[in-house]
Design a binder for this molecule. Sequence first.
Ligand SMILES: Cc1cc2nc3c(=O)[nH]c(=O)nc-3n(C[C@H](O)[C@H](O)[C@H](O)COP(=O)(O)OP(=O)(O)OC[C@H]3O[C@@H](n4cnc5c(N)ncnc54)[C@H](O)[C@@H]3O)c2cc1C
Length: 383
Amino acid sequence: MTQDYSDLRAAVTKLCAKYPGEYWRALDRDMAYPTEFVNDLTKSGWLAVLIPEEFGGAGLPLSAAAAVLEEVQAQGCNGAACHAQMYTMGTLLRHGSQAQKETYLPKIASGELRLQAFGVTEPSSGTDTGALKTTAKIDGDDFVINGQKIWTSRAEHSDLMLLLARTTPLHDGMKKTHGLSVILVDMRTAVGNGLTLRPIRTMMNHATTEVFFDNLRVPRENLIGEEGKGFRYILSGMNAERILIAAECIGDAKWFTKKSVDYANDRKVFDRPIGQNQGVQFPIAKAFANMRAAELMVAEALRLFEAGENPGAEANMAKMLAADASFEAANACVQTHGGFGFAEEYDVERKFRETRLYQVAPISTNLILSYLAEHVLGLPRSY
Ligand SMILES: Cc1cc2nc3c(=O)[nH]c(=O)nc-3n(C[C@H](O)[C@H](O)[C@H](O)COP(=O)(O)OP(=O)(O)OC[C@H]3O[C@@H](n4cnc5c(N)ncnc54)[C@H](O)[C@@H]3O)c2cc1C
């Protein structure tokens, strides 16, 4: 049984209270990054809970990180501005050299360096990661990087990017997931010297970008782990990523449900609270039941993860069920609010847009279903 971290949750709740709906609405209007919020979370140590104590973090298990992110969402804030640091750091921790860990992790823990950007997805390959085209070729002591990424979120607000690029050209008979490597790019020196970032405006405020590499030179010492094994390293972090995103969705579902219940109790139409009507109650209650079921799957995925197992099925199911539950709760919340569900000042429409993302990223529902069909149920691979 994982802990419930009530003290940690209370402290995160207190921090989040400084960033109410007005703060997020103003950022949303301007598509601006929540710098103060992210700095505050960093200074308070919440983004470093997974970094071992010897490198300046709290050395807590994944369930602590899940509790932080769930609470951030349940308080109406948006962890998408910084959640990647929690799971990209894991690649450095598990596969980086001792020297890399000593160089970067203490600075990431203190906030001196931000590791917020994760460059995997490309415009032409999409979900088919092995088909990515960005190359890193060895030239003396450097890699020379050419290609393009898309949807690299937070790149403008990060110092470091964890990049997946092809270091061995594909040849006949080679598995396309081989020959990919993970490289740590220091964007402080790279931007303007072979690295260009172009923001993408999206349906919600997400600070995401297109990234262009044009003969960008990165020292070979920035290779994480062994050359050619990058796909495996990225895969090894995916359970943690899915579980953490699932926890965020649980937080979102709780926020929507509270908002729905408060409004349904308060709003009077035909001289009685709208919440007295079963037509209003039932969608909220159903979404609540689905959130609770998803929350149990998140707990099970965390339990297995912390027992040292490889809970691919549970992490995927937790992510899918929690994303469905948060979107169901969001939809019920808009309906409960009637016209006001569409008004900016209620925050419901903004959170509705934000939580919709998790049906698609970081992995879309179809890909989770095909994983379950193939790897859990033993059905033929569909792609
Ligand atoms: C706001 C935002 C932020 C993101 N941040 C990052 C980031 O920081 N770093 C990063 O690397 N990526 C990031 N992504 C990318 C994200 O992980 C991808 O969008 C997602 O994995 C889907 O890939 P795609 O968009 O290329 O869709 P595609 O692969 O083109 O798929 C399109 C649709 O087809 C379906 N589909 C594709 N193949 C199959 C199949 N075989 N069977 C059934 N259905 C299929 C998919 O489920 C999807 O619904 C972000 C995306 C968004 C929108």
